[in-house]
Design a protein around this ligand. Structure first.
Ligand code: ZN
Ligand code: FE
Length: 257
């Protein structure tokens, strides 16, 4: 199986997974890079997986569906242009001979879903849309801090070697923020240096892994004393509970330059 991040717009990745013959794509915000890649590799598109309703994730949906006849899957609780098969938490779908489990991850949008499959060439794989980014998380457009925290906790409980396919290359700016929160986190310092080199070569920093994100992502680390201290330093009214710390860190990120 080959996993390819197709760059689109400013900083999106449209993830393509294929076995040399058949392919699936996640969140086709733009049709052109998807159709070009299918043609380049000689692939038949079998499935389109949609995580949420934002335009940079569905803008190319109709054109890709029309050009390929691929089956479309998307969240039941969001308005996605049909025809599509609506999915809810715990549902399973089959594509490329793999079984994908649907996980509800509200917060960025109200009905956002993620897709998890346990074994692609020996490792689990997660398509998480705009919920989890490397060293960061999506903005809370339609959800509460407690909802987003619960969604991220669910993703953080997946196996450590799960490859994480996020849909934006926000890693360097997220890492700058993460370093402001946890300047003494040695894993974070090392990983930031690594990513600067990767980006200097023009390569994607993704996929990440769940194990790595647990060590470097402040939004998965709201129980760490250093993260609690940073939240309190930013806003003295921050409450001890995890949702309070999460809300303060998310607010701090919104204001971070
Ligand atoms: Zn989005
Ligand atoms: Fe997006």
């Amino acid at each position: 199986m080959k996993l390819i991040p197709l760059p689109a717009f400013q900083d999106n990745y449209l993830w393509l997974l294929h076995d040399g013959h058949r392919a699936l794509v996640v969140d086709p915000g733009d049709a052109q890079p998807v159709l070009a890649a299918l043609q380049h590799h000689g692939l038949q598109l079998e499935a389109i997986l949609v995580t949420h309703h934002h335009a940079d994730h569905i803008g190319g949906l109709d054109a890709v569906r029309d050009a390929t006849g691929a089956k479309v899957y998307g969240p039941a609780r969001e308005k996605i242009p049909g025809p599509l098969q609506s999915l809810r938490d715990g549902d399973s779908i089959e594509a490329l001979g793999l079984e994908f489990r649907v996980i509800d991850v509200p917060g960025h949008t109200a009905g956002h879903i993620a897709y998890f499959t346990p074994d692609v060439d020996g490792k689990p794989l997660l398509f998480c849309g705009d919920t989890l980014f490397s060293a960061g998380c999506g903005r809370l457009f339609e959800g509460t801090p407690a909802q987003m925290l619960a969604s991220l906790d669910t993703l953080a409980s997946l196996p450590g070697d799960t490859r994480v396919c996020c849909t934006h290359e926000y890693t360097l700016s997220n890492l700058n923020f993460a370093l402001a929160v946890e300047p003494d986190n040695a894993d974070l310092v090392h990983y930031a240096q690594h990513c600067r080199e990767v980006r200097a070569r023009g390569e994607p920093t993704l996929p990440s892994s769940i194990g790595l994100e647990r060590r470097i992502n402040p939004f998965l680390r709201t129980r760490e004393p250093a993260v609690i201290r940073a939240a309190r330093a930013h806003d003295a009214r921050t409450t001890e509970d995890e949702a309070g710390v999460f809300a303060a860190i998310r607010q701090m990120k919104n204001e971070f330059r």
